[in-house]
Design a protein around this ligand. Structure first.
Ligand code: SF4
Length: 438
């Protein structure tokens, strides 16, 4: 089943960018001809002080590699933390000199495991952010943490730096399931870490959970949900396990070491999640995300509304006015590109979405949200009547009960969520056809 992909909260880790080399001149990294990067596009849309709603920073260090993980993360490289922070500070300076001293609504530090940084390094990162960014509009500042790398000293540093939300990679409350995933924490480290955060004054807490783990029954998944509810987090991200290429989990599956969860079981888990969390007071606001009232993740909503966001760090992906780009996915190359006399933002992939292609992507992002495509708002922003573009799909999917127009929005139903990937592909094709004038 392809209903979703494991992504921890910050989706800017996504790897969907494709290079469009012909559109932009290729600056060269000072003195090194073998290493070529794009800088930030020099276009009118990238004007100084243009609105940027979100900032993402990627910290790539981890203690070990979880077997399902296809994020850019490295075990055993923490000795490069200082050089990495030098480079990240320079990238922040370059971006600020390009865009001005931006004032995002949301900041998200993800990885990797940001809280693996030693306290001194974490304090330095907070200082770098505080000197580069204006906090005037900031309402949400999240840091991802692994439960076993979170302590009172780090919590205090984060709180002093303005952090008001922690996203913990809990994944499961079963030691057996964590072992299947090769996570390196114990289930009981989660409540300990949550208490530390609360004690430091950070009480907006997310837990990431994974369902569809090999060997996990519906009752096992229910126990995970029960434990998460007991711990009184404000937000839960529940993703089905995906078998990404080049992960240890996929290799083990191919070797026949276990049988993946059946599609029917995953669909039952998805539906049970909605019912169980709904009964406990969590509203589903996106396919995989649930929150108590007022606690939906603003940073991810900025992504799902395709609002402008900067992204700093290796593999980080930014978006601005139809441009999207991604930094080099290599710690060494990232550090080398920035720690020189002529530093450059080490962008390796850049693409410009225009016209209906851009708005088709916005449509499928908004369909992820419970509120769906708010039709009037969509038209005001894009000049496009979404229902007119989707006129051929509308009656078919409506008759199948996969989506519905409600409160002037087009939104997926529960049945539609189960086949959302198919719907998204069809929606993109409808926008592409309209762009071709068919
Ligand atoms: S802690 Fe997160 S980023 Fe690090 S290896 Fe595990 S899943 Fe990947």
């Amino acid at each position: 089943m392809q209903h979703d992909k494991i992504i921890t909260e910050a989706e800017s880790k996504n790897d969907s960018l494709r290079p469009k080399i012909s559109e932009f001149p290729l600056p060269q990294l000072g003195g090194r001809t073998e290493q070529v990067f794009f800088g930030l596009p020099q276009t009118a849309e990238f004007a100084q002080n243009s609105t940027l709603d979100a900032l993402y920073l990627h910290i790539p260090f981890c203690t070990s590699k979880c077997h399902y993980c296809d994020f850019f993360s490295l075990a055993g490289h923490l000795d490069q933390a200082d050089a990495f922070l030098d480079a990240m500070g320079r990238e922040l300076e370059l971006q600020v000199s390009h865009f001005g001293r931006v004032a995002p609504e949301t900041i998200f530090i993800g990885g990797g495991t940001p809280t693996l940084l030693p306290p001194v390094a974490l304090a330095r990162l907070m200082a770098q952010i505080n000197s580069a960014i204006k906090f005037d509009r900031l309402t949400e500042f999240t840091v991802e943490a692994n439960p076993n790398t979170f302590d009172a000293q780090r919590a205090k540093i984060l709180r002093a730096g303005g952090v008001n939300r922690i996203s913990f990679g809990a994944q499961s409350f079963s030691a057996t399931e964590l072992a299947v995933l090769q996570r390196d924490h114990h289930p009981e480290s989660v409540p300990v870490a949550m208490n530390i955060a609360r004690h430091a004054g950070i009480d907006n807490l997310n837990l990431d959970l994974i369902f569809g783990i090999p060997g996990q029954s519906l009752a096992d998944w229910d126990q995970n949900l029960t434990r998460a509810i007991e711990l009184e987090s404000t937000h839960l991200s529940c993703y089905g396990l995906m078998y990404e290429p080049n992960t240890a989990m996929t290799a083990r599956m191919k070797r026949g070491e276990f049988t993946p969860a059946a599609d029917e079981l995953e669909i039952a888990m998805l539906q049970h999640t909605r019912d169980r969390l709904g009964a406990a007071g969590f509203g589903r606001y996106e396919i995989s995300n649930y929150a108590r009232a007022g606690k939906a993740c603003k940073h991810n909503i900025n992504y799902w509304k395709a609002r402008n966001h900067l992204a700093i760090g290796p593999s980080a992906a930014g978006y601005h006015s139809g441009f999207r780009w991604k930094n080099v996915q290599s710690l060494t190359r990232y550090i080398d590109a920035l720690n020189t006399g002529s530093p450059v933002v080490p962008i390796t992939e850049i693409e410009r979405l225009t016209g209906l292609a851009r708005w088709g992507e916005l449509a499928i992002l908004e369909l992820r949200l419970n509120e769906g495509i708010v039709l009037q708002e969509f038209q005001q922003r894009t000049g496009v009547d979404a229902l007119a573009i989707l006129h051929a799909l509308l009656p078919r999917y409506s008759a199948l009960g996969l989506w519905e127009v409600r409160n002037s929005s087009l939104a997926l139903t529960e049945a539609g969520i189960s086949v959302s990937d198919t719907i998204f592909a069809d929606v993109l094709e409808a926008f592409a056809q309209a762009a071709r004038g068919n």
